[in-house]
Design a protein around this ligand. Structure first.
Ligand SMILES: C[S@@+](CC[C@H](N)C(=O)[O-])C[C@H]1O[C@@H](n2cnc3c(N)ncnc32)[C@H](O)[C@@H]1O
Length: 247
């Protein structure tokens, strides 16, 4: 997969993509990742890429010319079927389902906004999808774009070691993941749950499933509605809820 970033701050993106799993994905040739500075395309003689908003209001807006030209130039070097993604608090909510969908594409061009955002004509004529990473406002699109890239990379075969890992992880079965423990079995007098040391796979699986249910019901009850649960599990959650409201 080819992933390109368009940003005014390449120095924010570059260290992250050079390290850890994204770095290894690049080295292994699983992802071809590049970073481009939008400012390189500005035709403004002072190198400006922003201007005051029409209609007044606070802050500056990124002008269309450098964005149209940079998107067209970088897009032309990317495979057919590449989608242009723009992080925005007004975009569709980002989740694992969307990450998986994007991972199936041949290319992603991530366009990072800054200041008060970017001229709407860029969105209307060059951007395929606006994505929000949450209901809060950051100063720029670099972190959201990295988040999208990171979540997408995990769905590219070979990027994370064990392919089965996705089945277990939070959200993949509509539930949050169960708690994880590693050695030592007792740390500062705090033991790991005994069942995990039993070697009894069915008991361990049942414990993990129950922990997922408890955690999801308590932290993200909204997910429980869409999760695939047995009738017994639904009843167990309902009775746990009744007990906690009775206390
Ligand atoms: C200060 S924000 C602009 C906010 C915009 N004026 C608004 O109210 O929607 C600057 C840039 O940060 C990025 N950004 C900020 N918060 C974001 C979020 N929750 N999700 C995705 N991108 C975000 C976008 O790229 C945006 O263009």
């Amino acid at each position: 997969m080819k992933i390109s970033f368009l940003t005014l701050f390449p120095e924010v993106i570059e260290p992250y993509i050079a390290a850890s799993i994204p770095g290894r994905a690049r080295q292994k040739g699983l992802a071809d990742i590049s970073v481009h500075n939008i400012r390189d395309w500005t035709q403004d003689k002072h190198g400006r890429v922003d201007d005051y908003p029409f209609g007044g209001g606070a802050g500056m807006v990124m002008t269309p010319q450098p964005l149209f030209d940079s998107i067209d130039a970088v897009r032309a070097q990317m495979p057919a079927g590449t989608r242009v993604v723009c992080p925005s608090p007004g975009g569709v909510p980002f989740d694992n389902r969307l990450a998986r969908e994007l991972a199936a594409l041949p290319g992603l061009l991530l366009v990072c906004g800054h200041y008060e955002g970017i001229d709407q004509r860029v969105i209307d004529h060059r951007v395929d999808i606006e994505i929000s990473i949450g209901d809060y406002v950051l100063t720029g699109g670099e972190l959201p774009a990295l988040i999208v890239m990171d979540a997408v990379l995990r769905f590219i075969p070979g990027v994370v070691g064990n392919e089965c890992v996705h089945d277990e992880e939070s959200f993949e079965r509509g539930l949050l993941e169960y708690p994880q423990y590693t050695r030592p079995a007792v740390f500062r007098g705090i033991p790991v749950p005994e069942v995990l040391l039993s070697g009894h796979h069915a008991h361990i699986a049942a414990w993990q499933r129950r922990q997922s249910l408890i955690r999801t019901a308590s932290v993200r009850p909204d997910l429980i509605k869409g999760a695939q649960l047995t009738q017994a599990e639904r009843e167990e959650i309902a009775s746990a809820r009744d007990e906690s409201t009775a206390e």
